[in-house]
Design a protein around this ligand. Structure first.
Ligand SMILES: Cc1cc2nc3c(=O)[nH]c(=O)nc-3n(C[C@H](O)[C@H](O)[C@H](O)COP(=O)(O)OP(=O)(O)OC[C@H]3O[C@@H](n4cnc5c(N)ncnc54)[C@H](O)[C@@H]3O)c2cc1C
Length: 524
């Protein structure tokens, strides 16, 4: 491979977290950054893939269905504009962007918090007080998250002084979502409705932290957005910035080890990485090494075992096998024909999300689905597509865990065919005509997600969003190893914006609070 072996920084993984860190180091600090990506395309979960049928090209976005807080002037939008040089455009979804379907009612969420609150009160008038309290509390919990995250970057005494006269809201933020809702709302249907979006953070109400629920709900209060040109446009607009600054984004490079000097001592110092490309091993060096591969991969796989990491057991025990099974569908004609405008569908056959979660643990029966129509959200889409997602568990597919992608055997193909048909039939009952419109369908399982993203057992949200996640000191961009940092979702929070902010926070960890202020100033 003809390329320099020494860089200012090496980023492992090209997800939105990795690319954000790389662009910020390039643009603000004029550094030469090398990004190494295992997959053959960059972008991580924001990557796009394509299939051709009868000359027609269908494109799907793996991990982007909608993103909140992308209105002009909002901080997350300003950061996205900065890291894409303003070249990435956003399309707003329809006003009623969520369609929650339950056995005896449907509810459409408007892209306005006041309207949303009013519509909830109109549907559940006896719960008016609880609903009003809920809207206040999600803001309080989300605010707690901000100060808790910043606290991980500053000395403990400084944080204590800053918070001397502030109310401690950790009790509220770190309740489970179920405990919190049980304390203010009686109606089980309303509790179910408010937590329909638990799939956006992957942990059902009895296990999720209320702060995680609050962050996601708050992010969508003003509606959902989709990148114009599809999710692939994110990496497409970020990679050239890194390369223009003298850096490189290399794909099909599987990092096997982070090189740590004095590794036997506690801590040590990261100096480079060992990686494989086409069966050849390479060693490259960087002044800082930043991992976008999540806490599990970084601490359990990439840091050599003889480096003393005191929380390895905690990481091992924190992991779950929650994942998804997704049917990528190519449509003969636009789904507008079915009366759809690009809104998401959340289809539920039960009001008990914990029960749905439990059921999906032992079987591939379908009792809920999330349906998204990427082509209706992307004005540049050239063909019509849908994505049908059902929550799923890796262990349901464990039989094939040692097989390779595309070579998993006929029984795997048969099983996928069966799930595909069941999922399409299930969704067709609620969106009649979708099955007839289907031209192409391909199923991905948690094994696919693990293979392409390297997240253990396909658990693509990283460390599960339970109250414990927010207590672990190591869910942070800082690591005990000198010059080694985390970026992406396990550095801060989940989802595209959470992982992107993880990229910003990793710079704050590298450059200190001054660095954080510098980024904020540059971003405006
Ligand atoms: C089906 C699905 C739907 C989703 N929908 C939404 C949504 O609508 N909205 C939203 O905000 N979020 C959504 N998400 C979540 C969101 O996409 C992720 O939280 C976010 O993109 C994670 O970014 P990241 O940078 O932390 O990690 P990733 O994007 O996972 O990037 C990590 C990268 O590291 C690479 N890597 C791992 N190990 C190595 C190694 N050893 N060597 C080299 N490279 C390595 C991986 O290949 C990967 O490219 C969804 C995710 C999925 C899977």
């Amino acid at each position: 491979m003809q390329t320099d072996k020494n860089y200012d920084a090496i980023v492992i993984g090209s997800g939105i977290g990795g690319l954000t860190t790389a662009v910020l180091l390039t643009k603000i600090y004029k550094q030469r950054v090398l990004v190494l990506e295992k997959h053959f395309v960059p972008g991580g979960q924001t990557h796009e893939f394509m299939r051709v049928k009868n000359g027609k090209k269908y494109h799907w976005d793996v991990g982007v269905h909608y993103i909140g807080e992308m209105a002009k002037g909002v901080m997350s939008r300003k950061i996205f504009d900065f890291v894409t040089d303003g070249n990435l455009k956003w399309n707003k979804m329809p006003h009623f962007f969520e369609n929650f379907v339950y056995p005896d009612f449907t509810f459409k969420q408007p892209a306005n918090p006041k309207e949303f609150e009013k519509a909830l009160i109109a549907k559940f008038p006896n719960e008016e007080e609880g609903i009003k309290q809920y809207f206040k509390d999600i803001k309080i919990a989300a605010k707690w998250f901000q100060s808790n995250s910043v606290s991980k970057l500053m000395p403990g005494w400084m944080y204590s002084v800053m918070n001397l006269f502030k109310k401690d809201n950790s009790g509220l933020a770190l309740s489970t979502t179920k405990d919190y809702l049980d304390s203010i709302i009686q109606d089980e249907k309303l509790k179910a409705l408010l937590t329909t979006i638990w799939g956006d953070y992957g942990v059902p109400p009895s296990k999720s932290a209320f702060v995680m629920h609050s962050l996601v709900v708050r992010s969508y209060l003003y509606g959902g957005y989709f990148p114009v040109g599809g999710a692939g446009a994110i990496a497409e607009n970020m990679v050239p910035i890194i390369e223009k600054g003298g850096g490189k984004v290399l794909t099909s490079c599987n990092v096997k080890e982070i090189i740590i000097e004095n590794s036997k001592a506690t801590g040590g110092k990261a100096t480079g990485v060992k990686f494989n490309k086409k069966d050849k091993e390479y060693i490259f060096f960087g002044k800082n090494i930043i991992s976008d591969t999540g806490a599990y991969n970084t601490y359990m796989k990439l840091i050599p075992k003889d480096v003393n990491i005191p929380f390895r057991d905690e990481i091992k025990n924190a992991m779950d096998d929650f994942s998804t099974t997704t049917l990528y569908v190519g449509l003969k004609e636009s789904a507008e024909k079915l009366g759809l405008k690009g809104e998401n569908y959340w289809i539920n056959t039960s009001y008990d999300h914990d029960e749905t979660f439990k059921k999906s643990k032992n079987s591939n029966e379908i009792s809920s689905a999330f349906v998204s129509f990427p082509s209706l959200k992307n004005p540049k889409a050239k063909s019509h597509t849908a994505e049908l997602i059902t929550f799923s568990h890796y262990d349901n597919f464990i039989k094939w865990k040692d097989t390779r992608w595309l070579k998993r055997g006929n029984d795997y193909i048969e099983m996928k065919k069966e799930i595909s048909e069941k999922l399409l039939d299930f969704v067709d009952k609620y969106i009649p005509g979708l099955k007839d419109l289907t031209d192409y369908a391909e199923l991905s399982t948690p094994l696919t997600l693990e293979y392409f993203t390297e997240w253990k057992k396909g658990s693509f949200y990283g460390i599960p969003a339970t109250p414990d996640r927010f207590k672990y000191k190591w869910v942070s961009p800082k690591t005990p190893v000198k010059n080694l940092y985390l970026t992406g979702s396990d550095a801060l929070s989940i989802g595209v914006v959470g992982a992107m902010m993880g990229g910003v926070f990793s710079i704050a960890a590298i450059k200190g609070m001054k660095g954080f202020m510098k980024i904020m100033k540059e971003i405006g």
